[in-house]
Ligand binder design. Sequence first.
Ligand SMILES: Cc1ncc(COP(=O)(O)O)c(C=O)c1O
Ligand SMILES: N[C@@H](CCOP(=O)(O)O)C(=O)O
Length: 431
Amino acid sequence: MKYFSTNNKGLRYSFKEAVIKGLAPDEGLFFPESIPHLGNDFFSRLPNMSLSEIGYEVSKHFVGEDITDTVLKEITRDALNFETPLVEVEKEVYSLELFYGPTCAFKDVGARFMSRCLGAFAKQSKRKITILVATSGDTGSAVANGFLGVEGVDVIILYPKNKVSEIQEQQLTTMGKNITALEVNGTFDDCQALVKMAFVDEDLNKKMNLTSANSINIARLLPQSFYYFYAWGQLKDKEKEIVISVPSGNYGNLTGGLLAKQMGLPISVFIASANKNKVVPDYLASGKYEPRSSFSTISNAMDVGAPSNFARMMEMYQKEYKQVIRDIKGAWFSDQETKHAILDVYERTGYILDPHGAIGYLGLKKHLRSNSAIGIFLETAHPAKFKGTVEEVINVDVEIPTYLKECLEKEKQSVVIGKDYADLSAFLLRK
Ligand SMILES: Cc1ncc(COP(=O)(O)O)c(C=O)c1O
Ligand SMILES: N[C@@H](CCOP(=O)(O)O)C(=O)O
């Protein structure tokens, strides 16, 4: 399989090149030159397949000869060693719980797969690889956890000062070893823009071997299709129409779902569920895409005003707006509505939503009108990561998983920088 840049289809790159570069030299995002349709045999075996088996069967089409079959099997077995259960919350409304990985967010799936692929490539490389990652809360800790102690790889996390939850910040800033946290005086979009500027800074790239572990990187994005197959495999009734709502910010998770659909997964509609940062729901309503500065909300990991993966969504639909709105509906909700959903679902069912999952739930309820459809929303993080907000709403203690508890006891270590590129490049050149 070869990859092209969303800015230029003329040049082709191997999986290994795309993973090591992260972003194409022309600042486009890497995209597979063809998307395989997985056959009936694969779909008939799905109900009995584990997440890691699905990961292997799907990714083998995308990695080409860059990773041997034996190594790819090891990578998927080792990376995807946790559950992603489908839990019925109400009649025909399911939560796909993606928070059983080590950092309690869906990012663990992609970060663990990518770290093992890059780890395999790093062994073949003489130069150290430096990963730059921008985070609005969850990507940073998942990437740090995935790459902690990996030889030949340094990780630098950029996160927006005062805009992530307390537990998220502890996760980002307490790893030590080969992980450094930069606290940026700005928004997530500023962090993402700084990272992209570093990739095209020629002087810096002569000195450092930089790559990205955001969903910009194809090895982070691809695994985000695996659990859609897993969810479908777990459904008892596969005859009904299936609608999936994805709480979205940078749109890597939704793009993973769209990839699964193009590979043949019978999902009738996706819902792009957003908070007040609603550039994509606005595009779906009007046909105009207008990235803008982001607002801070209680679903902070989705506070993105210029989502990276919009370029890939457009590539998939060849910018055909009518086709896009056939497959994707938009929805957005305020903090007040999010809190109300957390309380309402808790009181009626006992199920505890986190603020991101609550937006997914609301998007699903908005569009799931037909009784003949099954709805799934993605629960993208453990509610304990947003303990303060959730407990204030439901007035009940939310138990913190052991891993999260451990990082609360450690000391925060970060370097504060401004949002000017000069600050980041000076920091990197000093390293
Ligand atoms: C908990 C949580 N939910 C939803 C999102 C949004 O996902 P995406 O950026 O892939 O749209 C994120 C961040 O990416 C997140 O951390
Ligand atoms: N919400 C994300 C933002 C970065 O998203 P990514 O999937 O592109 O890495 C976060 O939690 O950091």
